[in-house]
Design a protein around this ligand. Structure first.
Ligand code: SF4
Ligand code: SF4
Length: 181
């Protein structure tokens, strides 16, 4: 399992940033990512946020999900103000990856079905068809789109959200595909 502590140092981090630069969050999205999922925080993130929060770190709680030193913020994130991140340039690493997230498979990232995730997935379907020549199954496409339509602030946090796994080895070729479009 990945240690979130080292997340920003992993080779895929920069590639994900470059992929995400092709997408823009719609102004109509009420920052669902900051309201419905736990926000993982590593030690470096915690130190940076501590300065932004003027020393008040009570909202950053220890988490037992990972064996390494690890913290989390319960949603909705207290740094969200009027649906904007008040610590944007100091936000945790995990926020910089969304709608991607790490998962238990070290060879893949998961993709959340928010608006940006859905746009990205549409491009990934094209990439799979045109570059990989391995079409994604209709069922997987249908499940993800269904999940997108029900991914709202009312998302039941006790119910699993249908996400898709994207192989880390596909990130660089997918980025190149986006650049070539
Ligand atoms: S990353 Fe997704 S959930 Fe978050 S603001 Fe953008 S579209 Fe909305
Ligand atoms: S730190 Fe900012 S981007 Fe991250 S969850 Fe909180 S408000 Fe959202």
């Amino acid at each position: 399992m990945y240690e979130v502590l080292r997340l920003r140092d992993l080779p895929f981090f920069q590639t994900v940033q470059e992929i995400l630069s092709f997408y823009t969050c719609p102004p109509t999205c009420p920052a669902i990512c900051c309201k419905v999922t736990d926000i993982d925080v590593d030690e470096k993130d915690r130190k940076i946020l501590k300065k932004a929060a003027k020393g008040n770190t009570t909202m950053i709680k220890p988490s037992t999900e990972y064996e390494s030193r690890h913290y989390k913020i319960n949603p909705p994130c207290p740094f969200l103000e009027h649906d904007k991140c008040s610590v944007y340039h100091r936000r945790p690493t995990i926020c910089r990856l969304f709608p991607f997230n790490i998962c238990h498979n070290p060879e893949a990232l998961i993709l959340y079905p928010c608006d940006v995730g859905a746009s990205l997935f549409d491009d990934f379907i094209d990439y799979s068809n045109c570059v990989l020549r391995q079409p994604i199954s209709e069922k997987m496409i249908s499940d993800f789109r269904q999940s997108h339509s029900s991914f709202t602030l009312e998302t039941d946090r006790d119910l699993p959200i249908a996400m898709i796994g994207i192989e880390i080895s596909d990130l660089v070729p997918f980025k190149k595909y986006l650049e070539s479009k």
